[in-house]
Each structure stands twice: as C-alpha cells, then as structure tokens.
Design a protein around this ligand. Structure first.
Ligand code: ADE
Ligand code: ZN
Length: 328
C-alpha cells in the first residue's frame, strides 16, 4: 500500500457521517429515524433519488453547532488515520441553520474550532467548501452563497454546488457563483455525474469553475476531454460513489484511468464514504488492483490535488513539500 500523503477534495461533511454516529445523536435526542438504515445497519437506498432523501433524513438529526463540531472531530480522526494531510469538505448552510447568516456563523465557529483542535492533534488540515443544493433552486442557492461570501477566509475556502444535477441549468446559479468569486472563493460544481457533457460545459461556461465534482461523463465527448486537458480543469473523481450509485457497472468500466491518460488532471475522493461502503484507503486499493496505479501515479494525483486546492499559498506550499518529501 502506498504511503504517499493524501489529499481529499470532494467529501460531503454530512455524507461522511457514519451510521453509528447518526444513530447515537438520534438516540440522544429521541429523534426517530424511519427508512434510513437497512437490516445490516448501513444507509438504505437503491438509487440517487432515494440516496438524496436518505441523506436529508440522516442529516436532519444534526441540529446544533455542537453536532457539527462532533462530526468534524470524528471525520478528521478517520482521515488522519488514513494518511490524509489536507481535505476540503462540502458543508451546506441550508442544513446549518437554514441559510441564516447569524446561525451559520455559530455553526462555522464550532466547526472551525473542532478542525483547529484536530489539526493540532493529528496535523490534518480541514477546510470548508460551502454547498448550495441544486434541486432547491437558485433563490436558496443565493442564501447559501451569501453565507459563503460573508464568511470567506480562514476556513471557508470555496463554493461548490451539489444536489440533483438533473434539476435546472448551471446558468441559473451564475449570480451565486459571481458573488463567491468576488469574495475570493474557489469555485467547483457537481456536473457530469447525472448529466452528460453539456452539463460539464455548462458549469465551465456559466459558472467559470476551476474544478468539477465528478465530471466523469465528459468521457462521452472527446472534444470536451481535450478541453479539460488543455485548460487544466481538475476533476474531483469519486469512483466508488459512481459505482455504488450505478453510474458504472464495475471498477473496470470506470473512466478515471482513461481520463488520466488523456491528460485530464484527475484527483481521487470518496464523496460520502459510509453511504458507499468505502474509504480513501479502499479507493486507492481498488485503483491499484484494477488499473495498476503505483506510488508515482498516487503522488501525481495528490500533487494535482494540492495545486487545485482552494487553500492559501502557504498551506499549498506545505502540502507540496510534504508530497515531495516522499519523492526519494
Ligand atoms: N450530495 C452528496 N453526495 C452527492 C453526489 N454524489 N452528487 C450530488 N450531490 C451530492
Ligand atoms: Zn459530491
């Protein structure tokens, strides 16, 4: 197994909550959870639509800044154990106080403190990417983007829309992305997961993102693959998520290695690991088994991730130093 330091750019905070964590908090609050878990205790869904519903139902248990602080603590410990030195996590002001800026500041303070404690303990650096939820529409997205713009800086480093890509058009969210860009935030958007190449083109043209969440269906259009390679658009690829949600039938069919060989800057993440029974370690193991990736490839994709991270220059320099230190 590779000991190359790892960087994860695409990890949903609520989606990283283990079932036991959600059950524990639900029990503390006597919150009933219906149709969330399967008989083995894992999250219960059969397709993406149902996944989003179960995600919402599990997240509804998290109702206070302290719940989010506990989640950050748990996730950082898990990431550090897997050799992750830097991660960006998607977090939605929609879930953290209903897009209310005052409430969001309280949640953010709790998460930032928890992340700082984890950094002191494990050395892992966690940053936040504010996430509007696409299927809730452009007006709700503006509320989330305003929270992002008003709190841009130390911990909040980006804006990245998630949710159901089949709803609406990228251009509907241009106002939110313009606001975030003006606030100095990095920009990414989920696209090319449930939408095809046009959906990826849409977020490049209308939202002017530098990274794309998933983006894998770009493989269906060679001209788009060339554009991604030429412009250096970084894909946050989560193969295990794509396979678990039925986008590809198995690992061999997944396009990550073809995209990489075509010169597209690819990175590897887990999306919502407990939902998909995965971890970064498992993703790396499968990539090694199926595509023969070795240390040189893992180092290259993590250098790509360091270069594409939305962190400040000093943090990026530290990440690149850590990756180079393993070079010899
Ligand atoms: N939110 C959490 N996981 C997601 C995914 N895979 N696609 C879109 N939105 C998400
Ligand atoms: Zn995602």
């Amino acid at each position: 197994m590779t000991d190359v330091p790892r960087i994860e750019l695409h990890l949903h905070l609520e989606g990283a909550a283990p079932p036991d964590f959600i059950r524990r908090i639900a029990a503390e609050k006597s919150h009933r959870l219906d149709r969330v878990f399967d008989e083995r205790g894992g999250y219960d869904f059969s397709d993406f639509t149902r996944f989003l519903q179960v995600y919402d139902a599990a997240t509804a248990v998290l109702t206070t800044p302290d719940d989010y602080a506990r989640l950050v603590t748990a996730i950082c410990e898990d990431l550090a154990e897997q050799g992750v030195i830097y991660a960006e996590t998607f977090v939605s002001p929609e879930f953290c106080g209903g897009n209310d800026l005052t409430a969001w500041r309280d949640y953010l303070a709790a998460m930032t403190e928890a992340a700082a404690r984890a950094e002191a303990r494990h050395g892992l650096r966690l940053r936040g990417v504010v996430t509007p939820i696409r299927h809730l529409g452009p007006e709700r997205a503006k509320g989330a983007a305003l929270c992002a713009a008003e709190t841009a800086g130390a911990w909040v480093v980006g804006l990245g829309i998630g949710g159901d890509e089949r709803v609406g058009l990228p251009a509907d969210f241009a106002y939110s992305f313009d606001m975030a860009r003006e606030a100095g935030l990095g920009l990414t958007a989920h696209a090319g997961e449930w939408g095809g190449p046009d959906s990826v083109r849409g977020v490049l043209d209308d939202l002017r993102v530098t990274r794309v969440g998933h983006g894998v269906r770009a493989i269906e259009d060679p001209a788009l693959v060339d554009r991604l390679a030429e412009d250096g658009v970084v894909l946050e690829i989560c193969p295990g998520s794509n396979i678990a949600l039925g986008l590809y039938p198995n690992w061999k069919a997944h396009p990550i290695d073809r995209l990489r060989r075509a010169g597209v800057p690819v990175t590897v993440s887990t999306d919502d690991p407990p939902f998909f029974h995965t971890s970064l370690t498992r993703e790396y193991d499968r990539l090694s088994d199926v595509f023969g990736w070795q240390d040189d490839t893992f180092r290259a994709i993590n250098i790509t991730a360091a270069q594409a991270a939305f962190c400040d220059a000093a943090t990026r320099a530290d990440l690149l130093t850590a990756l180079e230190a393993k070079d010899d």
